[in-house]
Design a protein around this ligand. Structure first.
Ligand code: HSE
Length: 410
C-alpha cells in the first residue's frame, strides 16, 4: 500500500481524486501497488466529500508522516508551494506537480534536491495539460538531439485567436466570451500577455537543452494588440495568427527562447490547432517534426497527467536520471535577443510608407491593402536588432507602425 497526499483541492486537485477513485483498479495494476489518499491539504472544509475525513489544514502533518511517500502539489503559484515541495523532497518524498510557475522558477533546484534524496520531482501536467510532452521529451525522444520546439501552449489565447479568425470577433469581444465560458481567468493577463506560455516554454527549453531558462530572461509578447486587420492580412498571406512559444538550440550551443504572436502558414501542422486545444511541435535530429496535440487545460486532462506521474513515482526505485537540467547564468544559456533571426509582417500608415519601407528593407513582399491609407508587407530575414532599428527609422520618417507580427516557419 502506498500512501499519498494531495496539496490543494481546487479544480486539478479534485480531478486527481476523481481520476484516482474512478480508475482505481487499472491505475493500481499499472503502479503495482494499492494507493491510499491519506491526506488532502486545503483551507476549506468538504463535508460532502467521500474523503471528508482525510482533509487537513496543517502541512506539517503531511511532512512529518513518514508513511507518505508521494505528494501531489496542485496549489499553483510559487509560494507556499515551493516551501512545501522542498520540505517533501528533503525528506525523500517524491513530488508530482501541475504547477508550471513553480517548475519554471525553481525546476533546477528542485530536481537537484530530488536527486540528492533519491526521490523524484515529476511535472508532466505543467505543460500541455493532458498532452504527454515531458516524458516524450526526455525518454521517448531520448535518441534525438532536440533542435527546436514551437508550440501553441495556452488554450485561452488560442480560443480568442480562433474566434477572431473564424467569426471575425474583435479581441475584447473574444476575451469576454472566453471569460464567460470559464477558459480565461477573471484577470486574464497571465494568458493574454503571454506569461503562461512563457513559463511553459521555459520548462520545455530547460528540459530539451539541459540548462535552466528562467521566465524573466525570455522575450514575451501577448495578443492584446492583434486587430481584425492583422487577421485579414494573415489570411491574405495564406496563414493564421497563433501565440507561439518557441525555443531553439543555436549552432554555438546557446538557446533562443521567446513567446510572441506569429503568422504561420495554413498548411503548418500547428495552423489547425484551434479553440482551447494546444499543439507542440518538436524538431528532433532523427525524427524530424513530431507534433503533440490535445487538451492543454481542464480538470480531467490535467489530472490524467498528474496521476500518470503518480504511477511513475510509485514504480521508480530511484531518481529518474534523464529528467534533469542544470542551473547556469543567463549569459551562458540564452543568446542575446537582438541576435535572433526574424522575418516580420508590418502594417504601416503614412505618406510614401511603401517607398520608405523599400529603401530600408530592400526586397519586401507587399500585401494588398485591406484599409485605405495603409500598407502591409512581409520583410526579408534579418536580426531582431536590425528590425528594431529599421522600425525606429520608419517612425522617425513619420510612418506609424500599426502592426508588427513575426512570421514563422512551422
Ligand atoms: N490558463 C491556461 C490556458 C491553463 O489557458 O492554457 C492551462 O495551463
Amino acid at each position: 500500500m502506498v500512501d499519498i497526499a494531495i496539496l490543494g483541492h481546487g479544480v486539478v486537485g479534485s480531478g486527481v481524486v476523481e481520476v484516482l477513485s474512478g480508475n482505481r483498479q487499472s491505475i493500481e495494476k499499472k503502479a503495482g501497488d494499492s494507493i491510499r489518499i491519506k491526506y488532502i491539504l486545503d483551507r476549506r472544509e468538504f463535508p460532502q466529500s467521500p474523503y471528508a475525513d482525510r482533509f487537513v489544514k496543517d502541512f506539517d502533518v503531511i511532512r512529518d508522516d513518514d508513511s507518505v511517500s508521494v505528494v501531489v502539489e496542485v496549489l499553483g503559484g510559487v509560494e507556499p508551494a515551493f516551501t512545501f515541495v522542498r520540505e517533501c523532497l528533503s525528506r525523500g518524498k517524491s513530488v508530482v506537480t501541475s504547477n508550471k510557475e513553480l517548475v519554471a522558477e525553481k525546476g533546477a533546484e528542485l530536481l537537484a534536491l530530488a536527486a540528492r534524496n533519491h526521490c523524484n520531482f515529476f511535472f508532466e501536467a505543467s505543460v500541455g495539460g493532458g498532452i504527454p510532452i515531458i516524458k516524450p521529451l526526455h525518454l521517448c525522444l531520448g535518441a534525438n538531439e532536440i533542435h527546436e520546439i514551437g508550440g501553441i501552449l495556452n488554450g485561452t489565447t488560442n480560443f480568442i485567436l480562433t474566434k477572431m479568425f473564424r467569426e471575425g470577433m474583435a479581441f475584447d469581444q473574444a476575451l469576454a466570451l472566453a471569460q464567460q465560458l470559464g477558459y480565461a481567468e477573471r484577470d486574464p493577463s497571465a494568458d493574454v500577455d503571454g506569461h503562461d506560455a512563457c513559463r511553459k516554454v521555459c520548462i520545455l527549453a530547460s528540459l530539451a537543452f539541459g540548462r535552466h531558462v528562467y521566465p524573466r530572461q525570455v522575450f514575451t509578447q501577448g495578443i492584446r494588440d492583434i486587430t481584425p486587420a492583422d487577421v485579414a492580412y494573415a489570411s491574405q498571406w495564406g496563414g493564421v495568427i497563433k501565440l507561439i512559444g518557441r525555443c531553439r538550440r543555436l549552432p554555438d550551443g546557446k538557446v533562443l527562447a521567446m513567446v510572441s504572436p506569429a503568422f504561420i502558414r495554413r498548411d503548418s501542422q500547428l495552423a489547425g490547432v484551434d479553440d482551447v486545444f494546444n499543439g507542440i511541435l518538436v524538431r528532433g535530429s532523427a525524427t524530424g517534426d513530431v507534433v503533440f496535440y490535445g487538451k492543454g487545460a481542464g480538470k480531467l486532462p490535467t489530472a490524467s497527467a498528474v496521476v500518470s506521474d503518480v504511477i511513475d513515482a510509485i514504480q521508480a526505485s530511484d531518481t529518474v536520471a534523464t529528467l534533469q537540467w542544470q542551473d547556469a547564468g543567463p549569459e551562458e544559456v540564452l543568446a542575446p535577443f537582438g541576435s535572433y533571426p526574424v522575418t516580420a509582417y508590418l502594417r504601416l500608415e503614412g505618406e510614401d510608407a511603401l517607398v520608405k519601407a523599400r529603401v530600408l528593407f530592400g526586397e519586401i513582399r507587399q500585401l494588398v491593402s485591406e484599409n485605405s491609407g495603409e500598407t502591409a508587407l512581409i520583410t526579408p530575414e534579418m536580426t531582431e536588432e536590425e528590425l528594431a532599428a529599421k522600425v525606429r527609422a520608419l517612425e522617425e520618417n513619420d510612418i506609424r507602425v500599426l502592426g508588427l507580427i513575426r512570421v514563422l516557419d512551422y
